[in-house]
Design a protein around this ligand. Structure first.
Ligand SMILES: [Zn+2]
Length: 420
């Protein structure tokens, strides 16, 4: 649905004689494409009003986007007067496709999305050998393209969400608590060789989760947000002013290795008392297991199951003293980490995702109380602490949305698609 803009977005300034007119045209094409993406359905007159470009220029440029089959005309829009209803423009779903992958510990998921961001199809594959990841991904991608009868040349790019630290300078995963990956991994180069000029992007999995949460989930209203992803490790994605924050070399936002107890246990990152070691799910399971073996009374079974979270949740809701004590401590430790980050960036929301959400609303309330206790100067309505609303495909949805949003800022990435 079209939302009225609150501010005008300026078109590229008219150049002096030495400026390349082609660049101005490219910049204005990108601007129009981005606005059509943002508003989903918009008329030429609205584009002209927003950009301050002349109606003739808008018409010429949108004709070019139409001829490149990136946008299409769609029925009449909603008329604000009784006059003729304008023809609306929208992104053409089959104008191109993006592929998005999430790399997990022993498998990856790979999905194709159309230019509007709708899922075309995909699924999960098992990884038997990490060194073969580039080969596995590209083979699966080729299969998907064939399976859905698409043209490989319409593939705009590939974006991969990874649970680990990524060095953007060298496009490498440099550390991961989840993936057993060698430091000299070169899967990115292998993919580049395979796909030539097609853009391939790597990003932290939690950042893409956060991006999806803002585009499609519970965080639409928040521009500054921390997303905390607690599964095997604790990851985080920061969105500042709606943009993914990675820091200078891509290492920002790694709150799992923030020290919250300098006398705490040694972490494999080399520090002590990291948040992940104190409040991560494996740590909680260890604590419970140790207490049970030490003879503490509890309704939990002596042997915790493969997925013990439902049993822990149920014991917690029934007031099992051991479980209440352990989860209370976990909430307080997690609140420590959250509070430190809130002090740094003052977000509007802290979204919690991952398996930790299976602990249910009673645990969320415990966490909200622990955060509120540490931040008495922030009114609860100015800092939402809530669970993610998205399902398992959040990372690939976020990665695809991120890639699609990058297209607007650089339409030249579509050159190989245009020439089709
Ligand atoms: Zn650590």
């Amino acid at each position: 649905m079209l939302k009225r803009p609150t501010s005008k977005i300026s078109a590229a300034a008219f150049p002096d004689h030495s400026t390349n007119l082609l660049l101005v045209k490219q910049s204005n094409l990108s601007l129009l494409f981005t606005l059509i993406q943002k508003y989903e359905r918009i008329s030429r007159a609205q584009l002209a009003e927003m950009t301050q470009l002349s109606p003739t220029t808008v018409s010429t440029l949108t004709d070019e986007l139409l001829s490149k089959r990136l946008i299409r005309e769609t029925g009449a829009g909603v008329s604000e007067t009784r006059g003729r209803k304008p023809i609306m423009l929208e992104i053409r779903p089959d104008g191109g496709y993006v592929a998005a992958a999430e790399w997990m510990n022993d498998r990856f998921s790979l999905f194709l999305y159309d230019l509007q961001g709708n899922e075309v199809g995909g699924g999960e594959s098992i990884i038997k050998d990490y060194t073969q990841i580039a080969d596995l991904l590209s083979r699966r991608l080729d299969e998907l393209v064939a399976e859905y009868g698409l043209s490989a040349a319409k593939l705009v790019g590939l974006c991969i969400g990874i649970p680990g630290l990524i060095d953007f300078e060298h496009q490498r995963v440099i550390q991961s608590t989840v993936l057993a990956i060698e430091r000299d991994n070169n899967f990115y180069e292998q993919l580049q060789v395979r796909y030539g000029a097609m853009p391939i992007m790597l990003g932290n999995q939690s950042s893409f989760y956060a991006y999806a949460e803002q585009a499609y989930g519970a965080a639409k209203a928040y521009k500054d947000m921390i997303f905390i992803d607690s599964n095997v490790g604790i990851g985080a994605g920061f969105l500042l002013d709606g943009k993914i924050f990675t820091g200078s070399r891509g290492l920002g936002g790694e709150i799992g290795h923030m020290t919250i107890d300098r006398h705490g246990p040694r972490c494999k990152c080399g520090n002590r008392g990291c948040l992940e070691l104190m409040a991560g799910l494996p740590a909680i399971l260890n604590k419970l297991q140790f207490a049970i073996l030490s003879g503490r009374a509890t309704s939990l079974q002596p042997q915790l199951e493969t997925n013990p979270i439902p049993a822990i949740r149920s014991a917690f809701e029934q007031g099992d003293l051991l479980v209440v004590e352990v989860l209370d401590e976990m909430a307080r430790d997690l609140a420590f980490g959250i509070t430190n980050v809130v002090h740094l960036i003052n977000p509007e929301a802290v979204m919690i995702g991952g398996r930790i959400t299976q602990l249910g609303d009673a645990f969320l309330r415990l966490l909200q109380d622990a955060v509120a206790e540490k931040l008495p100067h922030i009114p609860p309505d100015k800092l939402a602490v809530r669970y993610s609303e998205l399902q398992e495909d959040a990372v690939t949805r976020g990665a695809s949305r991120y890639l699609l949003d990058q297209i607007g800022s650089n339409l030249s990435v579509l050159h190989h698609v245009w020439s089709e």
